[in-house]
Design a protein around this ligand. Structure first.
Ligand code: ZN
Length: 867
């Protein structure tokens, strides 16, 4: 029920001109208390409530900041005083001005800091099943606009502009709420969903924050670095159930050296105030300073540090969605029973419910708003100061610029990287004339990123080689302690296969600053040419080819380099017969994919093999496998047609065995444990087994089974191509008896360590799986393998396509035990009867980031020998 003013007298209406309508509480609106046991507000309700509050109060305004992947509006509420609300553009403008010290003196900045308002951005529920913050947001907003706050809200909202997005993954919020409601009251209550809660990424939606693949990441990034430029940001999450009740910053070691120290101090200031406010209100079990490290650059709460923005993370303990749980003190791990300086008040165990999370999160969010208010001028001025330091202060040994030569193996991918950087606020220049650095000539059109810019730390952290500090061992000569958080190395040009030189000394060049990425307008080749050539070095050439295949074009892949008039194309390049249909389709395709095509008259002397129709299947388990999602992302991104295969598709009936070959030419298994693929479960001995203990409805149990393995064997024997990525290679080792294995399988964990790093491989780019690759490439090694091959028995053959060199294997990140993988294989093409098994021992499409190694997969999809 809404309490409308119409129930009051008209006299009262005249007396209260600014509170025309009383504000509806979220409890009234939902019909239950926010965070009540077994009750969740879904995204439709969340949107409706925020919009209602917007109508009822002048202190809140609801905006749509973008569309989600599945086309839901992503909403964000602005909460501030009514006076500020009328001048939002002015205050956004001040934030933008403070970012750029070129033309703003310290005195000018001080004036702006006084006049401006500190902008605090709160993002909730990026991880959909970490549901608490999406509920918290309703009550938090209500309390702010009605002044039911632990501070004088009228005063605070005069100085603070709060932006709150109740969920930055609305698709998932709705999905998990629907799933929860469907099974509440059954034995599956509070269990996990069998598919990803973000169409492509699931939980990896928090690994996308420098790559900006996802619609949601793009929308939030635009708020951060283009539209609002907040000085403070917090991203609210949840952790497991049996540790701390709440984790808050400061962050753990190691700090990334590019981040301005004032960021860490600002983070600590806000975090300590939170800890203090929580403690004084009796909240137990709050921990800080451990677990989540300050090194990596890829999560929602990380990238802002590199943009001189104070950014925090909160991680509340989870219940089972909205179902309460009871935790015995014996179930709490030892480190959360003992007191420490980072954890002075342990939680003793007992009931833990959604409402508890809401209470912790409202308290910490209020605390953050209060801290922002108390230090308003300081936070605004120091944002200016950090950006000014980024522009002006270059320390000894730091780069002056990064330069991307015009001539690249894959020019469209180079432009894509520039696009990503620009979306995150990076300034990019292009050279108008040739220029020289040392003895190297860079032609006009080369791209130059000067480090003297407000977001220098971000540029450097993405483009430089990461040198991760030494990783500690559990005891002398013992196993290495796993990384606190994700990857040790991520250098973007290496991942994307782009030549990018770090230049440490100033140089002269005639540069123009770009306001958008200069995508070329390709000219189609001469209409009269008999054949068209598309270079295999461009990922997007494959996209053009997939479209042409649909038109039944006659296509070949060259087995060697093609030297034509005014061009040279790599081995594996596509030769397309220039029919009227091709002539009609080509201009649009070349423009869409930024591909240049070349004309050719006579192909009689070119060694080649023909390409036929390709029917691709991609396996999807019911274990919400993120790598499968990213593979789908890559396929959709490059317009590659495919069908999803589930467990049932590997099973026939009593009368009829399943015949995969009749429907598919290529079947791809993304990175997934072979036991899960076969049985739906990890082997019981696995250290991850406990994460899979939740019960799930029977239709989502199981795997492809023995029958599925047999069906895959006959698929290969009949000429199919089976592709296994990273740990899915285990499927081929266990059940196919391929002449290859994982050399790391029995290696002691004290002898080898390589957490998420970029390694060097040598590629045979004359073999079909290596087509279009450079002779030396950078791969993302992520819980990966080193493949050892052996002399094959009758009916088998193997070809090493990519291998680790003898030494100097590490390119970026951290590696110990290089000798263990030296000379071992990374990609192997196994021939068996009429078909192939392609073992790719690392995720060559890692999070849709490693564009530089996509071709190993693309070539497997367009293997030319298949008849
Ligand atoms: Zn999370």
């Amino acid at each position: 029920m809404s309490k409308k003013i119409f129930s009051f007298t008209s006299l009262l209406l005249l007396l209260l001109p600014f509170t025309l309508i009383a504000q509806t509480t979220p409890d009234e609106f939902l019909g239950h208390r926010v965070g009540a046991d077994r009750k969740l507000a879904d995204y439709n309700q969340i949107q409706a409530y925020f919009k209602k509050l917007d109508k009822e109060s002048g202190k809140i305004k609801v905006l749509t900041i973008g569309q989600s992947t599945l086309n839901k509006p992503i909403i964000m509420a602005v909460i501030t005083s009514e006076d500020n609300m009328a001048k939002l553009d002015t205050y956004r403008g001040i934030s933008k001005k403070l970012r750029d010290a070129r033309g703003l003196t310290p005195d000018g900045a001080r004036k702006l800091a006084k006049e401006g308002k500190v902008i605090v951005f709160i993002t909730c529920n990026l991880h959909s099943d970490e549901i608490g913050s999406s509920q918290m947001a309703l009550e938090f907003a209500y309390k702010l606009v009605t002044g039911k706050t632990p501070f004088d809200a009228d005063k605070v909202l005069e100085d603070v502009i709060i932006l709150i997005a109740p969920t930055i993954n609305p698709d998932g919020q709705q999905m998990v709420t629907d799933w929860y409601r469907k099974y509440v009251g059954t034995k599956y209550e509070g269990g996990r969903m069998p598919w990803l809660y973000q169409k492509y990424a699931g939980h990896d939606n928090n690994r996308d924050w420098f790559m900006l693949n996802l619609a949601e990441t793009k929308a939030v990034t635009k708020v951060m670095y283009q539209d609002w430029i907040p000085q403070i940001h917090i991203d609210q999450h949840q952790i497991g159930s049996s540790g701390a009740r709440l984790w808050i910053p400061p962050f753990a070691n190691p700090p990334n050296p590019n981040v301005h120290p004032l960021i860490w101090r600002g983070v600590a200031l806000c975090g300590m105030n939170m800890a203090y406010d929580l403690q004084k209100n009796g909240f137990k079990g709050v921990q800080y300073g451990q677990e989540f490290a300050g090194w990596w650059d890829g999560a929602c709460d990380n990238t802002p540090w590199f943009h001189n923005t104070i950014c925090l993370l909160s991680e509340a303990a989870s219940a089972r969605m909205a179902s309460p749980i009871n935790i015995d003190s014996a179930e709490i791990s030892k480190s959360y029973i003992e007191k420490s300086m980072q954890f002075p008040d342990p939680w003793p165990g007992g009931w833990w419910r959604l409402r508890d999370m809401v209470d912790y999160e409202i308290t910490l969010s209020m605390s953050l708003v209060k801290t922002a208010y108390l230090h308003k001028k300081d936070f605004l001025y120091n944002f200016y100061k950090m950006c000014k330091d980024s522009i002006e202060k270059r320390e000894e040994g730091q780069p002056y610029a990064f330069v991307m030569p015009k001539k690249q193996c894959d020019y469209p991918t180079t432009l894509r990287m520039l696009d990503i950087l620009m979306s995150a606020g990076v300034e990019i220049n292009q050279a108008k004339e040739d220029f020289v650095i040392g003895d190297k000539l860079y032609p006009a059109g080369s791209f130059v990123i000067l480090m003297s810019q407000p977001y220098r730390p971000y540029v450097q952290a993405l483009l430089e080689i990461q040198k991760h500090p030494d990783i500690k061992r559990q005891y002398p000569n013992g196993p290495f302690i796993p990384l606190a958080y994700d990857n040790a190395g991520w250098t973007l040009p290496l991942q994307m296969g782009i030549k990018c030189d770090q230049i440490n000394n100033p140089f002269k060049a005639n540069l123009t600053k770009l306001d958008k990425v200069p995508y070329p307008s390709p000219t189609p080749p001469q209409e009269t040419a008999s054949y068209i050539v598309l270079d295999s070095r461009l990922n997007t050439s494959y996209s053009v080819v997939f479209s042409l295949i649909k038109t039944k074009a006659e296509i070949y892949r060259s087995k060697d380099i093609i030297k034509g008039k005014g061009f040279e194309a790599a081995a594996g390049s596509f030769i397309v017969k220039n029919t009227p249909q091709v002539r009609k389709a080509l201009p649009v395709l070349l423009d869409k994919w930024d591909v240049r095509a070349f004309g050719l008259e006579n192909i009689a002397d070119i060694p080649k093999a023909s390409l036929k129709r390709f029917r691709i299947g991609l396996y999807q388990s019911w274990r919400s496998n993120m790598d499968e999602g990213w593979t789908r992302y890559v396929f959709d991104d490059l317009s590659i047609p495919f069908a999803t295969l589930h467990n049932k598709d590997f099973k026939g009936t009593k009368e009829k065995k399943v015949n995969l070959r009749a429907k598919f030419d290529v079947i791809v298994f993304a990175d997934e444990n072979a036991n899960i693929i076969k049985t739906g479960r990890r082997s019981p001995s696995s250290r991850y087994a406990r994460y899979y203990s939740g019960s799930i409805p029977p239709e989502y149990e199981g795997g492809i089974g023995k029958e599925g393995v047999e069906a895959l064997k006959s698929f290969v024997e009949q000429g199919g191509i089976l592709v296994t990525l990273n740990s899915a290679c285990g499927l081929a080792f266990d059940d196919f008896n391929v002449p290859a294995g994982n050399a790391l399988e029995r290696v002691d964990r004290s002898k080898f360590s390589c957490p998420g790093s970029i390694l060097r491989v040598k590629v045979d780019n004359k073999s079909p799986i290596g087509y279009g690759m450079p002779k030396e490439a950078a791969i993302m090694f992520y819980q990966s393998m080193a493949l050892s091959t052996r002399i094959p028995s009758e009916g088998w053959d193997r070809k090493v396509v990519a291998r680790f060199p003898e030494d100097d294997i590490l390119l970026s990140g951290w590696l110990f035990g290089e000798d263990v993988i030296a000379r071992k294989a990374a990609v192997v093409d196994i021939k068996h009867k009429k078909g192939h098994i392609i073992l790719i021992g690392f995720p060559c499409q890692h999070r849709a980031q490693s564009h530089g190694t996509y071709k190993f997969l693309l070539n497997a999809l367009l293997y030319p020998e298949v008849k």
